[in-house]
Design a protein around this ligand. Sequence first.
Ligand SMILES: [Zn+2]
Length: 364
Amino acid sequence: MFKIEYKSKISRARIGRLKLPSGEVETPLFLPIATFGNVRGLSFEEIKKIGYQMILANTYHLHLRPGTEIIKKFKSLKNFCGWNGSILTDSGGFQIFSLKNVKVFENFVEFLDEIEGKKHKLSPEKSIEIQLDFKSDILMVLDYFCGWPYKKKEIEKAVSLTTKWAQRSKIFFKEKINFKNHLRPLLFGIIQGGVYKNLREKSLKDLLEIGFDGYAIGGLGVGEGVSKMFEVIDFLVKKIPEEKPRYLMGIGLLDQILKAIKKGIDIFDCVVPTREGRHGRIFVRSQKFKYKIVNILNTKYKKDKKPIDSKCNCFVCQNFSRAFLHHLFKTKDPLGLRLASFHNLYFYFEFIEEIKRAIKKGKV
Ligand SMILES: [Zn+2]
């Protein structure tokens, strides 16, 4: 299911291949976010054209809107949204615990859908059931995270609940899936534990005992600071078995991605390229593995004939000037958001491809 094809000689970076029901994907891998089943503002034709083979969709949002029953009528989320690559779905936990009206019980979580004002319950089993109904390629277990700032006691509770829910998710998953079928979807566990090494270690040990296809690091990038975050990553990666894929959830500035790949992380997701793009903030390469973020709304681009990034081969940089993009943003034409998001996602894809080439050349 996961095969490491190349290991760096100077870092813990590796290049691997994940075999999934919808096809194979190469790691290190960045997942564009398709919260409601689409990458905002872009079509899947464009996502595919860039080279992306896998997206992340959001169980919580899709379960509420359009609703799992509607997606089931299409037999899969892929059919519903017209994507023919692979899909990783998160469990919904992160979104639910960001809501105001949430009650956490031993066996489930109760929350209020703030748009429709309806109460919902989500159990670890229900989350898996929804993700199986979506026919996801990688399913995430429902985990519990109390949010930042936190006290050690709260993180202790988060770890213990996350382990219990992970256990139940695995049992349910095993009942529903034929384990002899090698094209089954994969189930990933999520390591919690905040910035506390002993709690991170406990969480990982518990999950390893249950046994998952891959291990995700959750609850980072929430306010603990970048150096603390990398301390935790460094500490954990060495303890996750080498043959298992490692997924760093929600972290996605490119310099952090490069650093995390060197530490041995394989999978990433982040809203940054599309969210920044929608606000007119565009990634521009300065030198190898270095970039800056340009705010296209700045008046200095009003007459600028240059492309956004003269080193970029994307169709936006090949066809449009900074002045035109500036004009689109100024006149609030949705094409501006689309072009900026496309370029940023292209930039991310190329950045990771370049890291892969550097790993093979022994430079990363
Ligand atoms: Zn470009």
